[in-house]
Write a protein that binds this ligand. Sequence first.
Ligand code: IPD
Length: 285
Amino acid sequence: MRSTRRGAMGGVTPDRDPAGSIELARFAVELATGAAAEVRRALAALSGGDMRTDAKSTATDLVTATDRASEQWLVERILTARPGDGVLGEEGADRAGSSGVRWVLDPIDGTVNFVLGLPAYAVSVAAEVDGIVVAGAVCNVASGELFRARLGGGAYLYDQPLTGPRSVPLSRAVIGTGFGYDASRRARQIAVVAELLPQVADIRRIGAASLDLCSVAAGRLDGYFEAGLNPWDYAAGALVAAEAGCVVTGLRGREPSTVMTVAAGTSCATELTTLLEVLGADDVL
Ligand code: IPD
């Protein structure tokens, strides 16, 4: 149990918070919900008009003016409030900073869903202290749902504590996954899914990694894995899943990373990672 002490006025205050994670978690929520509101405003201003997209790494990896504006909004607020902090954002923000704190930002995770109007896209904000993620917030722009977590402080959907998925073996588990934007990588990824599908209850491809990870935390998926994610895709969501009591890991004893990120309930996590290792799911990049 987290230790607390009585404050001078009789309230309960945290004993120690050397990393400042309580304030970072509060600010992460402010940033994610604020940027989500900006994205909603930009969408309303388009009023059904055509959304212009540009291609990034491949013709199917899209970016819109709203992705860029959301990132700019986030970076401006961070550097105004905390000028010594670093930032890393999907749309190019990259600043080292001097405070030891770095913000890892996905201004719209699930850009293709955003372009199509599928209501599964999110603003994802994580705060690292000396390279460790200590706070994260993921706001589903379309629904407004806010997932948040603080290292050692639990995970929440709004104010409701999250405790991970139900207890099922892999054969009854619904597993989420995702695919990169490179065609040959996708061919290798779908070969893994073809082997996996007969061994699980079903597969989902939601299209926003941050929401996949939060869905495992909320018990909407029993597990999730993806190779090739970038830090902005998984930093906040991985903390939400871990703080909800899920196993969050890479394969072959490694940490979650760009090579492979797995999140699952404890009842099927070992079965899932063992099978993914056999299938070489981390050998697709
Ligand atoms: C993508 C989404 C998608 C995942 C891709 C990510 P983006 O992020 O999270 O679900 O499969 O790997 O790149 O490009 O929409 O920010």
